[in-house]
Every structure is written in structure tokens, then in C-alpha cells.
Design a protein around this ligand. Structure first.
Ligand SMILES: [Zn+2]
Length: 338
């Protein structure tokens, strides 16, 4: 069977354009030597990357990934000799140059064993140390014919431009509400319509979050609790808001602080957006609609013009955080401007 008729299956929700493009690449055998998969956390980047890798390796001539050929079996057991996995673990500060040298640079000079490719995947590529990134850059500049490097990150601004410019960029966006709704309806054990809608809204276009909220009730209640606390904190005086966010980012390492600060800013943006919807009576689009009474009270304390200004301000702040502005300073600046 000609390669260009292979059926490629993607076990993911949404991202049709991306999977169509990657399917085409596999069928035409036009594979880039480096990819950058970028987009929000939990949107499906790693799922698509792993599925892409499995389909590249799979030796089935009709439908990929087949799940039972030798390549698929080795891949599924995380024991395929032609793949290197790199990920930053919580206990480590970053991804070191030694890891990159040992697992990527060295192996890309070798021949592949079972497949036509030597594939490396770096999850959380923003954690590459400067030395590690420089070492990787040399490999990206002189790729061997069989080497493929896939970098996955939700913080592309933290990567050197020299690395980004060597990669085929695959940008992921939140998936449409209806796709998430369809997934939640199909996989939910509850018929409680309010709960289903709450899960869909809270996941904000990110299938990974929808999956977590569906299957791990503690994560859903944790999220609800954080949002409730957050919206209540917004209703208190300025000093109360300061304390709330100080607690959020206090005694965290810088990176954790950065994630928390980003999470807080996302919460602010979603809440302000909900407040705008309240003004325009578009309740159906509110993410935190289950906190309606609190939102109502909040919304009318702020005129719409100010809400729009604040949203724009927060987006700018997020951009500054992405280029390493201290998270605490960023948040304090915000409060000084409200
Ligand atoms: Zn297979």
C-alpha cells in the first residue's frame, strides 16, 4: 500500500488542523528535523507529540499507530531504542547540559535501531539551562538525516530565539467548547447537566483539564475552592487582595512562584471577563457562572471601561512575566495600578 494512503489515527480532542497537517507530513514523508509544540498547559501538546512519534515509528502499512507491531509495543512500554525522553523533574532546577549531551547530542550521531528515525522529545523545554540550550542548538544546526527533535513548552518566550528559528512551530489553541462538551458528555458518569457544564467551562478549552475534572473529583473541588476564594478576595479592600496574593506566591521557589503568579493572572482575567459578561447579561458565557451571586456583586463595583483596561493591563503583565520579570513585583505593580 502506498505510504500516502496510510490512515493515521489521533486519540485526541480537537486540534483538527494540526493533526491534518501532521498526517500529511507522515503520508508524504516530509518530516522536519525539529518541531516546537507550543500552547497553553493541558491543551494536548504532549498527547499529539507522543501520538505523532508512535505513528512515525509504527510499521503498519494501513493504519497507524497500530498498537501491536514491535515498534508500537516498544514505544508503549517506553522502551523503544530510537527515542530519548527528557523532562524536568520537580526536584531539579532545570534540564542540565549533561542530560542534553547524554540523551540527545550523543545519540543523534548514532544510527537508529528499529525505525528509520532517531527521535528526542523534550517536555517542558523552557526548563533547558542556557548551556543545555546552546548544546542542543548545535545539534539543531547540523541535523543528521534521521534525527527528529520535538520540543514541547507552554512558555516559548523562555527559549532562545536561535532555537525557535530552527524549529517547525506547531501552535496549539484552546479547543472549541462543543468539542469539550462532547467529550465530557460521552465520558461522564453523571447526568447532572449543571455539573457537566461547570466542568466544560472550568476547563476553558483544555481537554487535559476536562479529563482531570472528570476523573479526579479532588482536583475539581480544589479548582472550585480556589476560584471561590479568589472571587471573594476581590470583593475585599485592596490590602486584603495584597495579602491573598502574597499568600499565593509566598515561600515558593522562583519558578513555582512564576507558575502561581501566572495562574493568579489567568484567574483575574477570567473573572474580569465574567464581570464584563455580567454587565452585558451574557451569563451563558461566564466561566464561573456557579458563583453568580458573588459575580453580580463584584461586577457593578467596576465600570465596563475600567474592566476592559484591567484585562489589557493583565495581558501586558503576563507578557512581562514571560520574560522573567519577578512575579512578586509584577503582582505588586498590578495592585498599585488598580
Ligand atoms: Zn504499530
Amino acid at each position: 500500500m502506498p505510504q500516502n494512503l496510510i490512515e493515521v489515527r489521533w486519540p485526541i480532542i480537537g486540534h483538527k488542523k494540526i493533526t491534518k497537517y501532521l498526517t500529511h507530513s507522515i503520508r508524504e514523508n516530509r518530516i522536519a528535523s525539529a518541531y516546537l509544540f507550543t500552547g497553553p498547559a493541558h491543551v494536548g501538546k504532549s498527547t499529539v507529540a507522543y501520538s505523532f512519534i508512535q505513528s512515525l515509528l509504527c510499521s503498519d502499512e494501513k493504519s497507524r499507530p497500530c498498537g501491536h507491531c514491535l515498534n508500537c509495543q516498544k514505544f508503549l512500554n517506553r522502551a523503544h531504542p530510537d527515542i530519548a525522553y527528557i523532562e524536568k523533574f520537580d526536584s531539579k532546577k532545570n534540564i542540565s547540559i549533561d542530560e542534553v549531551r547524554e540523551r540527545i547530542v550523543h545519540r543523534h550521531n548514532l544510527r537508529s535501531f528499529l525505525s528509520p528515525y532517531q527521535i528526542s522529545i523534550v517536555i517542558g523545554a523552557e526548563s533547558l539551562s542556557i548551556e543545555a540550550a546552546n548544546s542542543l542548538l548545535k545539534t539543531l544546526e547540523e541535523p543528521s538525516a534521521s534525527s527528529i527533535i520535538i520540543l514541547v513548552t507552554d512558555k516559548p518566550d523562555a527559549l532562545p530565539k536561535t532555537i525557535i528559528s530552527r524549529c517547525q512551530i506547531i501552535e496549539f489553541f484552546p479547543v472549541p467548547f462543543d468539542d469539550i462538551l462532547n467529550f465530557v458528555e460521552t465520558n461522564s458518569e453523571t447526568s447532572d447537566r449543571q455539573k457537566i457544564l461547570k466542568i466544560c467551562k472550568l476547563s476553558a478549552g483544555r481537554p487535559g483539564l476536562a479529563w482531570q475534572y472528570l476523573h479526579i473529583p479532588e482536583i475539581l473541588s480544589q479548582r472550585e475552592e480556589i476560584n471561590t476564594r479568589f472571587i471573594k478576595a476581590l470583593g475585599t479592600r485592596l490590602i486584603g487582595q495584597f495579602r491573598y496574593l502574597e499568600n499565593e506566591i509566598e515561600s515558593q521557589s522562583f519558578q513555582e512562584g512564576l507558575d502561581k503568579a501566572n495562574d493568579s493572572l489567568d484567574n483575574w482575567i477570567k473573572t474580569l471577563r465574567d464581570m464584563l459578561m455580567e454587565h452585558y447579561h451574557l451569563d451563558v458565557y461566564q466561566i464561573n457562572s456557579y458563583l453568580k451571586t458573588d459575580l453580580e456583586k463584584l461586577a457593578y463595583r467596576y465600570p465596563t471601561r475600567l474592566i476592559v483596561e484591567l484585562i489589557n493591563y493583565l495581558f501586558r503583565l503576563k507578557q512581562r512575566l514571560a520574560v522573567n520579570l519577578n512575579p512578586r513585583l509584577a503582582l505588586e505593580n498590578f495592585f498599585l495600578n488598580t
